[in-house]
Design a protein around this ligand. Structure first.
Ligand SMILES: CC(C)(COP(=O)(O)OP(=O)(O)OC[C@H]1O[C@@H](n2cnc3c(N)ncnc32)[C@H](O)[C@@H]1OP(=O)(O)O)[C@@H](O)C(=O)NCCC(=O)NCCS
Length: 160
């Protein structure tokens, strides 16, 4: 796989790029795992929890992700979609690395959380490869497993 991580950027959703976000499509067999991006855009626009980001590669929108802050300060990541034509090229991994780095830079962020159905083996492998660990928590009445990334060293006993 080419290392195109330098070309991947997280940028605000704006009047100029929201249509490209709304046009993102997944494979038919992936459609049970996510809602249409238009739904996520509405959630961000009319709800109070989620903030949207477009994922661009060389300036072209190839994906979408949103994030929010939980009561305990944890950052949640949701709505991750990489367009069908841009998948398997390292886009999601590069985007998530940037997002986690951004959150980890905030000392008030205890961990970064996300959830997914157990059957979403691609997402499960992706998150595990980035250091997210399943916690035993669930979301959506048990339909989704919760995994969290914790800054290395947090929770470990202090050296004597
Ligand atoms: C899951 C998704 C975001 C991955 O995006 P992507 O840009 O294609 O992922 P990457 O190329 O960065 O792949 C990173 C890792 O994810 C896993 N992965 C990604 N696509 C996969 C697939 N089709 N089958 C198996 N594993 C896959 C692999 O572990 C891969 O690492 P590798 O290439 O070194 O083997 C994308 O497939 C997608 O949009 N799926 C539909 C929506 C969805 O399920 N979102 C997640 C909701 S929880």
């Amino acid at each position: 796989m080419p290392d195109n991580s330098a070309a991947i950027q997280l940028v605000p959703v704006t009047a100029d790029n929201w249509r490209q976000c709304a046009a993102l499509r997944v494979r038919p067999d992936q459609s049970d795992f996510v809602m249409p991006v238009t739904y996520y855009l509405c959630l961000c626009a009319y709800g109070t929890t989620w903030q949207p980001l477009a994922i661009t590669r060389n300036g072209v929108v190839v994906g979408f992700v949103m994030w929010g802050v939980d009561d305990d300060g944890s950052r949640w990541i949701g709505g991750l979609v990489v367009d069908v034509d841009a998948q398997r090229a390292g886009v999601a991994r590069a985007a998530l690395r940037q997002l986690v780095d951004r959150f980890a830079a905030d000392p008030d962020c205890p961990n970064v959380a996300l959830s997914y159905p157990a059957e979403n083996t691609a997402a499960r492998a992706l998150y595990a490869s980035l250091g997210f660990e399943e916690t035993g928590e669930t979301e959506d009445d048990g339909a989704e497993l919760v995994a969290r990334w914790t800054r290395p060293g947090v929770g470990e006993p202090l050296a004597p």
